[in-house]
Design a protein around this ligand. Structure first.
Ligand SMILES: Cc1cc2nc3c(=O)[nH]c(=O)nc-3n(C[C@H](O)[C@H](O)[C@H](O)COP(=O)(O)OP(=O)(O)OC[C@H]3O[C@@H](n4cnc5c(N)ncnc54)[C@H](O)[C@@H]3O)c2cc1C
Length: 486
C-alpha cells in the first residue's frame, strides 16, 4: 500500500481552502500553513468590542449552479446556510438611488430609467451573454491557461463549438463594448460603469478585458448571498472538513522560504524545516517570489509580477452603530461628490448585515464595513488618516446611512494593517487588477513545477474576488490531477 502524498498548502484564504479541501478529500496528507491566528485571509470575520466585522470581502457570489463555490460544495458534499439576497446592491449615484436588481429585465428597465434608453438593452444583454459563457467555459476548462500537452488534451476534451463565441471578447475591452453600443460618450454612464468595474475587476473600462468586464458588470445578475455570522462561517466548515480528513491547519505559522529539490520541496518556518512531496502556494505571487531562491521558477514568476504602482490596498472602516432607520439592502456603493482627502477614490462601498442576524452585534446595534481603494500602497502614504475618516463619516451621515452620534465603535485599517493581517506584500488586496496588455491566456498558469509546485489565489485569477480565487483553487487541483500528483 502507498503512503499518502504529503502536500503543503500555504495560505488559508479561499484559494488555499479550496485546494486543501479537495486534496484532503482525495486522501492526501495535507498541512495548511497560515501566518494569522485565524483562517480565511481576506474573506473572514473578526471580533471587536462585541461586533463581528468582515475582514475584507462582504458580498458573496458563486453559489449558483455551475459556478465555482457551487462546484466546491458538490465535490466536498458540504452545505452552507447561505441566504440569497432579494436585492444584491444599491448605488447612490449623484442624487439617485439605483437598484441593481438580479433579474436582467428588471435591471435593464432600471438602467434605462437612469441613463436613458439608447444602447442600454443591447449593452446589458451582451454583458450577460458573455458572463454566462465565461462562467460556463471556466467551469468546463480547468486546464486553462494551457501549459503543456496534458492541459491541451484536457481543454480538447472539454471543448464545445459554442465556446468559440466568446473568443472575440477575449481581444477586446469594456471600452470597445461601450463604443459598440454607442455609450462611450455617455459620461455619467461611463462613471457608473467604472466604479462598478472597480469593485470586481479592480480597474476601469479602458483596461478591463471584455470577458472579465462583462462578468464583473453582471456580478449582481447572479445569486448574491449572505452568510449568517459573517464570512468566517464560509471558511469554518472547510477547515473542519480538512481536519476531519487527517489534515492539519497550522495557524500562526508563517512560511519564510521554499526550496525546490529534485524530488521534494522543503518549507522553512520559524519553528522547523519540513519536507513535502508537493507544495501549493495560495499567497500572492509577489510574496512567493521573495521566498524562492533564484532559479527557473522564480524567473517565471518574475515575468508575471505586478508592481505596487499597478496594485491597490484598501482603506477599511469597521463601524459599530445604533441604526436610526431600516435598510432594504445590505450593500451600497456610494459615489463621492467631493472625492476624499488623500485618496483619489470616486466611491466607497458600505456593507451591513441583516437586522435578523443578531450574532453580529450587541442588541439593537449593527456592524458595518466601509471600504475604498488605496492605490499604490507601497508609496502612497496618507498623511492625515483622521481627516479621511471624518470625510467618510460626514458622507455617511449626509446620505442618511449612519448618523455620527449613533456610532459606538470605530476603527480603520490601511495598507499596514492589511500587511499584518494577511502578510500580503505592501498590504495589497483585492487581487491583481485587469490590464488589457495581459490577455486571459497570459495569466499565471497554476503549474510552476510539474508534480511539485503549484500556485493559486487572487494574483493568479485577476478580479472577481471569492468566485475567482475558488476557481483558481479548482484549477490548481485539476492540474495536479493531470500531473498524477493525486
Ligand atoms: C476590502 C475588500 C473588500 C472585498 N470585497 C469583496 C467582495 O465583496 N466579494 C468578493 O468576492 N471579494 C471581495 N474582495 C476580494 C477577496 O476578498 C479576495 O480576492 C480573496 O478573498 C482572496 O483570497 P486568496 O485566498 O487569494 O488570498 P487571501 O485571502 O489573502 O489569503 C491568503 C492567506 O495566506 C496567508 N499568508 C500570507 N503569507 C503567508 C505566509 N508566508 N505563510 C503562511 N500564510 C501566509 C494570509 O494570512 C492569508 O490568510 C475584497 C477584498 C478586500 C480587501
Amino acid at each position: 500500500m502507498h503512503s499518502p502524498k504529503k502536500i503543503a498548502v500555504i495560505g488559508s484564504g479561499m484559494a488555499g481552502i479550496t485546494v486543501a479541501s479537495l486534496l484532503a478529500r482525495d486522501g492526501a496528507q495535507v498541512t495548511l500553513y497560515e501566518q494569522n491566528w485565524m483562517p480565511g485571509g481576506c474573506s473572514s470575520s473578526y471580533w471587536r468590542k462585541g461586533f463581528w466585522f468582515e475582514t475584507g470581502a462582504t458580498t458573496l457570489v458563486g453559489l449558483d449552479e455551475g459556478m465555482p463555490l457551487h462546484r466546491l460544495l458538490q465535490e466536498t458534499g458540504l452545505e452552507l446556510p447561505a441566504q440569497k439576497l432579494e436585492t444584491p446592491m444599491q448605488v447612490l449615484f449623484k442624487d439617485r438611488l439605483i437598484t441593481r436588481h438580479q433579474n436582467l429585465g428588471a435591471w435593464i428597465t432600471e438602467a434605462e430609467l437612469h441613463f436613458g434608453v439608447a444602447g442600454q438593452r443591447g449593452f446589458w444583454e451582451e454583458c450577460y451573454r458573455i458572463s454566462l459563457q465565461v462562467w460556463g467555459i471556466s467551469s468546463q476548462q480547468l486546464a486553462f491557461p494551457p501549459q503543456n500537452l496534458a492541459d491541451l488534451l484536457s481543454l480538447a476534451q472539454g471543448f464545445a463549438f459554442g465556446q468559440l463565441a466568446a473568443l472575440p471578447a477575449a481581444f477586446s475591452t469594456v471600452e470597445d463594448l461601450l463604443r459598440k453600443h454607442g455609450l462611450l460618450q455617455h459620461r455619467e454612464f461611463v462613471e457608473f460603469i467604472d466604479e462598478q468595474l472597480l469593485i470586481t475587476a479592480q480597474n476601469t473600462h479602458r483596461e478591463v478585458n471584455m470577458l472579465f468586464g462583462a462578468t464583473a458588470l453582471c456580478y449582481t445578475n447572479f445569486g448574491n448571498y449572505y452568510m449568517p455570522g459573517g464570512l468566517l462561517k464560509l471558511v469554518e466548515p472547510f477547515v473542519q472538513y480538512i481536519e476531519q480528513r487527517a489534515g492539519e491547519i497550522r495557524l500562526r505559522t508563517a512560511v519564510r522560504a521554499i526550496h525546490l529539490l529534485p524530488n521534494a520541496v522543503t518549507i522553512e518556518t520559524a519553528q522547523e524545516t519540513a519536507t513535502y512531496d508537493t507544495v501549493v502556494s495560495a499567497i500572492p505571487l509577489n510574496n512567493l517570489a521573495d521566498m524562492l531562491a533564484p532559479g527557473r521558477e522564480k524567473s517565471i514568476l518574475r515575468t508575471k509580477l505586478l508592481p505596487s504602482e499597478k496594485l491597490s490596498s484598501a482603506l477599511q472602516l469597521g463601524i459599530g452603530f445604533t441604526p436610526h432607520r431600516s435598510y432594504n439592502c445590505l450593500h451600497y456603493q456610494i459615489h463621492l461628490p467631493k472625492g476624499l482627502p488623500g485618496l483619489p477614490s470616486k466611491s466607497i462601498f458600505l456593507s451591513l448585515h441583516p437586522a435578523s442576524d443578531v450574532s453580529r452585534a450587541p442588541q439593537g446595534q449593527m456592524a458595518a464595513s466601509v471600504s475604498t481603494h488605496w492605490h499604490n500602497p507601497a508609496h502612497n502614504l496618507v498623511e492625515n488618516r483622521a481627516e479621511l475618516e471624518a470625510a467618510i463619516l460626514d458622507l455617511l451621515e449626509e446620505k442618511d446611512m449612519i448618523l455620527k452620534a449613533n456610532i459606538n465603535y470605530l476603527h480603520s485599517s490601511g495598507p499596514a494593517s492589511w500587511a499584518k493581517w494577511t502578510g500580503r506584500k505592501w498590504g495589497f488586496v483585492g487581487g491583481y487588477p485587469q490590464y488589457k496588455a495581459i490577455k486571459p491566456w497570459q495569466m499565471m498558469g497554476a503549474r510552476l513545477k510539474k508534480g511539485q509546485f503549484y500556485v493559486c489565489g487572487d494574483a493568479t485569477y485577476p478580479g472577481q474576488g471569492i468566485p475567482g480565487v475558488v476557481l483558481s483553487g479548482l484549477t490548481a487541483h485539476h492540474k495536479m490531477k493531470l500531473d498524477g500528483v493525486i
